[in-house]
Design a protein around this ligand. Sequence first.
Ligand code: GLU
Length: 443
Amino acid sequence: MRVRFAPSPTGALHIGGARAALYNWLLAQGPEHATFVLRIEDTDPERSTKENVEQILDALRWLGLNWDEGPIFQTNNTARHQEALAQLLASGHAYHSTAGKAEVDAYKAEHGASAGFRGTPEASGAVRLRVPDKPATSFDDAVRGEISTPNASMDDPVIARGDGSVLYNFAVAVDDLDAQITHVVRGEDHISNTPKQLLVFEALGAPQPRYAHLPLLHGPDGKKLSKRHGAASVQELRDAGYLPEAVINYIALLGAGFAPDEELFSAAELAARFKLESVSKSPAVFDEKKLRNFNGQYLRALSSEELTRRLEAFTGHPNLAPAVEISREKIQTLRDFWPLAGFIYDGAGHDPKAFDKWIAKDPARLASARETLAELPEWNLTTIEAALTALVEGSGAKPGQVYQPIRVALSGTTVSPGIFETLNVLGREESLKRMDQALDRAG
Ligand code: GLU
């Protein structure tokens, strides 16, 4: 089994493209041990810049989707495309024609609107493939079943322009043939290209690959997945702080047809279970909320050392271990970390509403907490917790009335990791200093 992912490098790798890459990769990792070929379809010189190619490779690497062969660059296959074109012209499977839209329209006016255009060979002009005089071009799609197009309704497709450069569907078929691809797994948007590509295989006398067209991805509102739904590309998911293993797990499930009660899988488990024949025909829903939830579970399953390493890489900030330890239960993504715990390093922020409500209105609450803490003979989690719990009980206040003023003094806002843990990590001196600053500000 040989499979391929063949992106056109137009910018970021979209989630739909990532899923196509992943399904190919799963076939390579799974019981079939397919060989995974990466082909970059870089024939559009304006969009296929070095940066755009690098972005695709980078996204695949980040996801851990390694390929076995390639990247093959489609533009390097030009000589081979010309050779195949010459072969078809020589064998009579293709012919030169100057016919353009006007001639095609005239043909249809004469033969009926649904009649496929048939040209008359000329000495020069574009090249058209002769659609064979057979009832239909059919294939058994691994996902969608039998798909059949009557040959009589297909125009003889243009496979090369007047200047000799070949068209997309021709190049794809020749490249798939040369790479000996046995299974083409790609997005449903390519379904209408398949009959033309099959005709190229047929004309070259080559065996046709099996096709599997993956259903589209929709947002939770049932509309085609786009930026409106949040992150739409792998790069955006990375920037949003998702872990590659959570992304892989989540997008693998989109339409894979696994039992709904099975959810968290390692890549190896996904590969062991994945079957093209089980892929669902209907659109799958990409719901970022669900991915967030997956991500939180993956994140909590990491060791503290590993999570710290990833957060240090993500934030570019060293020595995060103590803050990570006290934040790990409260974050769902790597990006959630800094807004929650960054104040430990950056100093307290200032949310005027929180300050007015919890400190300015009644500074005595914070002052008495400060005094209690200042008297601690030892500063550790146990002594801090015991002292503040006693203060809550002794004062008859609600816990929030004691803890929120401290939290606002330390962080500037009403969100932080656990208050005892935060005090402990900040240390006595820094904690008291921040409380003093807040009391000064309250006047
Ligand atoms: N280059 C095409 C794309 O990025 C995919 C071609 C194919 O998979 O056959 O949409």
